[in-house]
Design a protein around this ligand. Sequence first.
Ligand SMILES: CC(C)(COP(=O)(O)OP(=O)(O)OC[C@H]1O[C@@H](n2cnc3c(N)ncnc32)[C@H](O)[C@@H]1OP(=O)(O)O)[C@@H](O)C(=O)NCCC(=O)NCCS
Length: 187
Amino acid sequence: MSDDTAATPPPHDITIRGLAPSDGEALSVLYAAPGAVWGTLQMPFPHRHLWLDRTQSPTPGIHQLVACSGERVVGHLGLHLAENPRRRHTAGFGMAVDDGFQRRGAGGALLDAAIDLAENWYGVLRLELEVYVDNEPAIGLYRSRGFEVEGVKRAFALRGGSYVDTLVMSRLRLPEGILRVKGPDLA
Ligand SMILES: CC(C)(COP(=O)(O)OP(=O)(O)OC[C@H]1O[C@@H](n2cnc3c(N)ncnc32)[C@H](O)[C@@H]1OP(=O)(O)O)[C@@H](O)C(=O)NCCC(=O)NCCS
């Protein structure tokens, strides 16, 4: 880590590793849980094979990490590297921690690993995401890692009968002196 929002070491019982083909079953359960569906764009009652298929072979442009407590997979993060050559300095991500394992440091450990991977190995300068305006745990996590609010997307997604706004957040690490055409600061 290399800056002011440097990571704290993960709790001793949490390890981070790359996705394995055998993680499909665990991720199917993790992303079907009510909290994960509420906080992400996952659908309730997903097909059992959705994550089995996704874990079988690496998807180009997506670097996937899991958090484990012992052998048990308790969290997942997919880092999406931009394909457009002019946006290669950017990446987005989606993440979730098992509903029964939250607030024990897995989300922070996953995000710290993803920030390190993105910025220090892929050369990402801008990490970006969208988060529902009422998702306080996620917003708290992102703020604690140096993400700032850039704007609001209104009625971004349907969630259980309500259209929910999202915050657009990013963590920007532009080198000193780099040219940038700036817009107004709306935050
Ligand atoms: C958001 C999420 C990934 C956080 O994972 P987690 O393992 O609970 O997070 P951690 O225990 O590592 O907490 C890290 C920090 O996040 C913030 N945070 C976590 N839970 C919080 C809560 N309930 N309220 C406020 N802040 C919270 C805190 O800043 C916390 O640091 P602290 O414990 O030192 O105060 C998890 O709540 C989750 O999976 N939610 C459902 C799916 C989702 O919303 N994904 C994000 C989509 S944008």
